[in-house]
Design a protein around this ligand. Structure first.
Ligand code: TXA
Ligand code: MG
Length: 343
């Protein structure tokens, strides 16, 4: 683990970065901070290096990875037929939490793209990530640096807890800021499609390029996700999570019922509501009045429940607008789409 104390001072973190970059050039895998979550990086042009990522995470090989770049020049070596609206989005949101799915140019390992004709690319807005990519002069394939199925890591300790012994190193740049992953936007359609809501909101994208669509599988609010083979739980703590749509009194009532049956119950709530509840564990996740603070703490709180002995977690729900779309998308996956609505 290389600890970077001041992420704004390049001279201070240069020695750590150059060691990590050397490992990446030697086709080893290294975790590093981005503005969203920690990524687990590998040389995107080398199949053996990329295979190490899938091994370390236990990730199914049909799930493609995002390629991280530090300069626009790198994009043209990776992608082709890039539409004008995509350049507009890069200008506005890069570096930043927006991933663009574009037609691949073939320089990237097929392991990265899972054999698809497209490649997902983003330029992260984090000084350590940018310095690392620049220093190794390679496009870096990087999924979130967690074991597959676990909540994504927002601190170096989360990475260590999941992947210690499985990877060559971790660059520790402190807590990430955004807290949920980048927005994935398919730019190969005439009207671009959001495949995963994330750090850049639909509203922000539409301000720049007009109407975008949302992948139908994401809008499905019923119990079953549409795409077959899609794993139902992701981002999940070890105990089951159930989302409650209703009043605080309703949620408390459900908790009381379970505790009467001898269950140990946790509640995921917010600073505003935390004193209202009684349960075995009550964890506030940011402030409801500023959903960015909820996003920033979500994975940390989900992981925190694993350090308690709760057997069931009830979560408040959040408005599906702005960054709230990403929050609810991750919560629903963590809950395996289990939602209880107050009548
Ligand atoms: O914020 C983030 O995006 C973080 C940091 C590390 O940059 N990375 C991340 O990677 O979340 P990962 O692998 O956990 O998620 C990548 C997502 C997956 O949902 C994957 O299916 C999708 O991007 N994806 C990658 N390539 C794709 C492609 N060619 N077409 C469609 N979806 C793609
Ligand atoms: Mg992930």
């Amino acid at each position: 683990i290389w600890v970077v104390d001041n992420i704004e001072d390049k001279s201070q973190f240069y020695p750590q970065i150059s060691q990590a970059a050397e490992l990446l050039r030697a086709n080893e895998i290294v975790a590093f901070p981005t503005e969203t979550v920690y990524g687990l990086g590998a040389n995107a042009t080398d199949t053996a290096a990329v295979e190490k990522i899938f091994m370390a995470k236990g990730r199914p090989s049909d799930n493609p990875l995002i390629v991280h770049i530090a300069q626009l020049q790198q994009l043209e070596e990776i992608a082709t037929d890039i539409p004008a609206f995509a350049y507009k989005l890069m200008e506005r949101f890069w570096p930043g939490p927006l991933t663009l799915v574009l037609k691949t140019k073939g320089k990237i390992s097929e392991k990265v793209t899972a054999g698809l004709p497209t490649v997902a690319v983003r330029m992260p807005n984090h000084p350590v990530a940018l310095a690392l990519i620049q220093e190794c002069r390679l496009p870096i394939a990087a999924p979130s640096a967690n074991l597959s199925g676990r909540p994504s890591p927002t601190t170096a300790k989360h990475v260590y807890d999941d992947l210690n012994g499985r990877i060559a190193g971790i660059v520790d740049g402190g807590e990430t800021g955004v807290g949920v992953e980048s927005t994935v936007l398919d730019c190969t359609e005439e009207i671009p499609v959001i495949l995963r809501p994330g750090g850049v909101t639909k509203e922000e994208i539409e301000q720049v390029i007009g109407k975008v669509r949302i992948d139908a599988a994401l809008e499905d609010k019923t119990a079953t996700p549409k795409s077959p083979g899609m794993k139902y739980t992701h981002y999940a703590p070890k105990s089951p999570v159930i989302i409650i749509e209703g009043s605080r009194t309703f949620l408390q009532h459900l908790v009381d019922e379970q505790r009467k049956n001898g269950m140990k119950v946790g509640i995921l709530t917010t600073e505003e509501n935390k004193d209202f509840y009684q349960a075995d564990v009550v964890l506030p996740c940011g402030r409801r009045e500023d959903l960015h603070t909820v996003a920033a703490h979500l994975y940390q709180v989900l992981r925190h429940f694993d350090e308690t002995d709760v057997e069931l977690i009830y979560s408040e729900s959040f408005p599906v607008e702005g960054i709230g779309s990403a929050i609810m998308n991750r919560l629903k996956k963590a809950a395996g789409y289990q939602v209880i609505r107050e009548k």
